[in-house]
Design a protein around this ligand. Structure first.
Ligand code: DX5
Ligand code: ZN
Length: 217
């Protein structure tokens, strides 16, 4: 049976005790770990960067799925590769030469993703989608965990899914923001391959069970 890939975002974890969170993630059915990097410019919030990711890399073998909410992310492609990121996602809205950035990411051996803000139309990816390993559809405005899911996301999933199928491409669709046990099955049925969740998992009494709830329904 096909199940969604679950990528817990550590943005809602206790930053004073990340080792404990990684022990939990290692015991769980989480497939990837979602790392939200924020610069205080592209988004109002500031989170963490390369040195933290480098230390976390020692704590797990799970896939590191980095979501860069930073301006000019192309400046740091090499650095994120060096600290052990596996999938590097940049925001469409930060790019003038998206094609060049995607090529640079792939040249390092990392997989390349592009994220879209809620107001950015999926159709803008028409000419590049087949070159992408992943499309990340933001289902909240980026910057914070714990926000309410935007329902229009379902329409965007259908649109991007059509585009991917038309190109016969293997591009994965990742949904990020406000994901919980109620919308996870609907998102998967709509065509999402990867589900990101921060607050639903880390605010749950039993985060291991929360991860299971998102993956098996
Ligand atoms: C938001 C981040 C998300 C966030 C999700 O800017 O990109 O990954 O951590 O948090 P929840 O799941 O609480 O909406
Ligand atoms: Zn994210």
């Amino acid at each position: 049976m096909k199940t969604p890939i679950i990528s817990p975002s550590i943005l809602s974890a206790d930053f004073a005790n990340l080792e404990k969170s990684f022990k939990m993630l290692n015991q769980s059915d989480a497939d990837w770990v979602h790392l939200d990097v924020m610069d205080g410019n592209f988004v109002p919030n500031i989170s963490f960067g390369m040195p933290v990711i480098k230390s976390l890399r020692k704590l797990t073998d799970k896939v590191f799925d980095a979501h860069l909410m930073i301006e000019q992310p192309e400046r740091y492609i090499h650095n994120f590769n060096l600290v052990g990121v596996d999938i590097l996602t940049v925001h469409y809205e930060t790019q003038i030469h998206l094609n060049r950035t995607v090529d640079l990411i792939k040249k390092t051996g990392m997989k390349a993703g592009v994220a879209l803000n809620p107001h950015t139309p999926v159709s803008l990816l028409k000419d590049i989608v087949s070159e992408l390993d992943l499309v990340l559809i933001m289902s909240v405005n980026p910057g914070y965990s714990g926000q309410k899911f935007i329902e229009h996301t379902y329409q965007k999933i259908a649109e991007v899914k059509n585009m991917i199928e038309a190109h016969n491409s293997k591009t994965l669709i990742e949904i990020d923001g406000g994901v919980n046990d109620v919308n996870a099955p609907k998102l998967f049925a709509a065509g999402a391959d990867v589900l990101v969740a921060a607050s639903y998992i880390f605010n749950h009494d039993n985060p291991i069970k929360a991860i299971r709830n998102l993956k098996y329904f």
